[in-house]
Ligand binder design. Structure first.
Ligand SMILES: C[S@@+](CC[C@H](N)C(=O)[O-])C[C@H]1O[C@@H](n2cnc3c(N)ncnc32)[C@H](O)[C@@H]1O
Length: 374
């Protein structure tokens, strides 16, 4: 713990960290132990420039990355197979950074420019998101969820990658939209904002206790066209008439490795078997909700993970069995221009995109837009 304090934390001066460790050692053992603790920690402090993860080098590159950044080897191996060693290491590195806060502007209650000016006046370091059209990145400031602008519904707290999903659905005012796995309701609320409060969004979640989160969110934002419902998304095909929706969003339950920055424990609690299990659930949900999309309508599938099996491979398997759907590259031009500029899209765009946490310092996310052609 003291070595960690010395090498990774910056609020405790090195001499205080060493003294504390020595006094704990004195209490727990004999004088020889405290002398050894003192010697080891002082020499670590002196040699700290040598003690960087990049100095760790084992024979096996997977084991090296896993040890350098503290990830299980099986997970590093999956990312190395999918993206190569270099990108896999960047994913691990990015997953160990602290996430920054980001705000999504409610366009029904003001513009991004107005809010940026206000946040600046309130002493917050805020700048427009380089990724999401409605996003503001807040580098420093107080407790955002206590601020008047949040409580009165002028903005929401949401990761910048999540802010892209409703933009990709790109609904028009007056449409009928089903959000199959909606709690706590961030994307449903964003859809409602983009629809200017006109039309209808059914925001469904499996868990009854999570319905309240959706209701709280839409009430705070003063959005009246969202109905929060509960049920297993695999039964939504029975609840709604076939081909009754202009757009269906399946923001699927997933392995969640894109949010390791916020939930670091998942790298140790999830197993490879969990990925296979969740893939089967995702496939079942896709099968049961796709029939609700009307011909000419849109199906958006998203996850907060970088697992190919849950993302590109899942979509490819679905499309193979559903000739009535095609990947749809008609994403908002503003988004495509952003991704082209960042080199994330080269050449022609298919209609699906994998964001990695190192790209923009936002969550790892996958989004596929499909249209029903018949
Ligand atoms: C990725 S989260 C959704 C986040 C949400 N779309 C948002 O933007 O706030 C996935 C959600 O799926 C729900 N879920 C899991 N299995 C489900 C199922 N079979 N049917 C409906 N919802 C399910 C979970 O309760 C969880 O709230």
């Amino acid at each position: 713990m003291s070595a960690y304090q010395l090498l990774y934390l910056d609020r405790i001066p090195p001499h205080a960290a060493v003294n504390e460790a020595v006094s704990i050692a004195k209490r727990r053992g004999h004088a020889g132990i405290s002398g050894m603790v003192n010697g080891v920690l002082r020499s670590m402090d002196r040699g700290r420039s040598e003690l960087t993860p990049s100095r760790i080098k084992l024979d096996d590159p997977i084991a090296t990355i896993a040890l350098r950044h503290s990830y299980p080897e099986w997970l590093v191996r999956r990312w190395a197979d999918a993206y190569g060693y270099e990108v896999a290491e960047s994913i691990c590195e990015a997953g160990n950074r602290s996430p920054h806060a980001s705000i999504r502007v409610n366009p029904l209650q003001g513009s991004r420019e107005e809010l940026l000016a206000e946040l600046g006046e309130a002493g917050l370091e805020a700048k427009p998101s380089a990724l999401a059209p409605a996003g503001i990145v807040v580098e420093s400031g107080g407790h955002l969820a206590d601020m008047a602008g949040f409580l009165s519904g002028r903005w929401s707290l949401q990761d910048e990658s999540s802010m892209l999903v409703a933009e990709v659905v790109n609904p028009s005012a007056g449409m009928k939209v089903l959000d199959c796995c909606a709690a706590p309701g961030g994307k449903s609320a964003h859809l409602a904002e983009l629809m200017e409060g006109k039309g209808k969004i059914w925001a469904n979640d499996l868990h009854v206790h999570k319905r309240e989160l959706i209701v709280q969110q839409t009430e705070r934002l003063k959005l009246r066209n969202v109905e929060a419902i509960t049920g297993d998304a695999s039964t939504l095909g029975e609840r709604f008439a076939p081909e009754s929706m202009d757009a269906v969003l399946l923001d699927a339950p997933c392995s969640g490795f894109g949010v390791i920055r916020r939930k670091p424990e998942i790298k140790w609690t999830k197993t490879e078997g969990d990925i296979a299990e969740i893939c089967a659930v995702q496939r079942k949900l896709l099968e049961s909700v796709c029939g609700l999309v009307k011909p000419g309508g849109t199906l958006v599938y998203s996850t907060c993970t970088m697992e190919r099996a849950e993302n590109e491979e899942q979509v490819a398997a679905f499309l193979k069995d559903h000739a009535e759907f095609q990947l749809d590259p008609e994403w908002p031009e503003e988004l495509l221009a952003t991704f082209r500029e960042a080199g994330l899209i080269e050449g022609s765009f298919e209609g699906q995109l994998q964001l990695l946490p190192q790209h923009y310092g936002s969550d790892g996310f996958f989004i596929a837009r499909m249209s029903r052609v018949r």
